[in-house]
Write a protein that binds this ligand. Sequence first.
Ligand SMILES: Nc1ncnc2c1ncn2[C@@H]1O[C@H](COP(=O)(O)OP(=O)(O)OP(=O)(O)O)[C@@H](O)[C@H]1O
Ligand SMILES: [Mg+2]
Length: 399
Amino acid sequence: MNSRSIIEVHNLTKIYHIGKKSRDLRYTIGNIITSKNKSYEKLLALDDISFNVNEGEVFGIIGPNGSGKSTLLKILSRITYPTSGRAILRGRISSLLEVGTGFHHELTGRENIFLNGSILGMSKKEIKSKFDEIVDFSGIEKFIDTAVKHYSSGMYVRLAFSVAAHLEPEILLVDEVLSVGDMNFRKKSMGKMNEVASSGRTVVLVSHNLGIINNLCQNGIYLHNGRIIKSGLINSVVEAYQNSYKPDISLSISKKSKYIEVKEIKILSQTGGGSNIISCGDNVKIDIEFNTLVKIKNLLVKIIVRDHNKQTIFSCNNKFYDSIFKEVPKQGTIRCQIPKLPLNTGEYSIDLFFEENRKEIFKVSEAVRFEVFAGSYYSTSIMPYHDRIFLVDHKWSIE
Ligand SMILES: Nc1ncnc2c1ncn2[C@@H]1O[C@H](COP(=O)(O)OP(=O)(O)OP(=O)(O)O)[C@@H](O)[C@H]1O
Ligand SMILES: [Mg+2]
């Protein structure tokens, strides 16, 4: 209880003024003619939020797209200012926000390391003493004298993270960057953040990867529409977020037919995170726990995956693989495995159907919902584009 607050956020509100979107051409032309085109819409990105971060802890910020996480980090790192309220930070800050901030494009990796160090108030000698470690960690020594504008986004993030983490800031602010690197680099960065925290410094981390958040953070907040829905111990914060994705349609209403009872449907990924929260490209298991109420033979199981508009995206059916379950135990778990989930980020739901000898014996729509978060589908540092619906594994060659 005697740990010191190194960050204090008091009633922070951020309003963006955005140009009103024209609804159609007539509206736009009408506006031009009547010169009413200077109308603005107010967007409340942060709505009166307050919290404290203790010195030496890793503090997690989670929440859906557009909930205000990046806006909050930008205010903490003084890139943007709040409309009202204030944030007090008692220490030297280094931040790793989205790719593109912090580095000077025309300068080389080497020059950027020195530039960032001097911004943090370090002497040339201090930076020199850290230089080899930074380059070594980033794994891009071959390109250290190349201008960073020629770097791939993966190389860029590797160096930026390495600089931010090694230059001994007292407060390290990190936005989502861990989802960019490959598995190895992600592991290394997680280790580094732990190390930064255990040496008494403070880390504030924004991520969609709840597994990482759960592993690294002690406390945190869950934001939704710019408000804090839950704050406190990270387990309870992550749990609150996960619970918000539980299906609205309770499975218990229609989980039972005359033939079979479905007790639970779990969607699990092998890469951590909780049930029903997975990343693009994860190996996914759908587990359906059941009890039969009568003797069932030749069970066909069909799963339909729909997007948030209820559009059918794909279906899985044991018939496709000629593996209709001839024998069905009195109770058990039906498992459907999907290697390398080809879905992009978004919210999805599942309809579940059972048939016995072509007769429908159980059916439930939106039996369960799940959220797909950003992930390294291509197993490289390149992330999928957000606006692609489907991801497809592929190879390239040239002869
Ligand atoms: N510079 C800006 N001008 C106008 N609106 C903005 C600006 N930056 C963010 N917003 C809006 O503020 C809200 C919060 O955005 P923010 O980027 O903080 O969300 P986020 O939680 O980081 O989302 P994501 O998970 O997608 O990164 C969104 O509605 C966004 O469109
Ligand atoms: Mg963001």
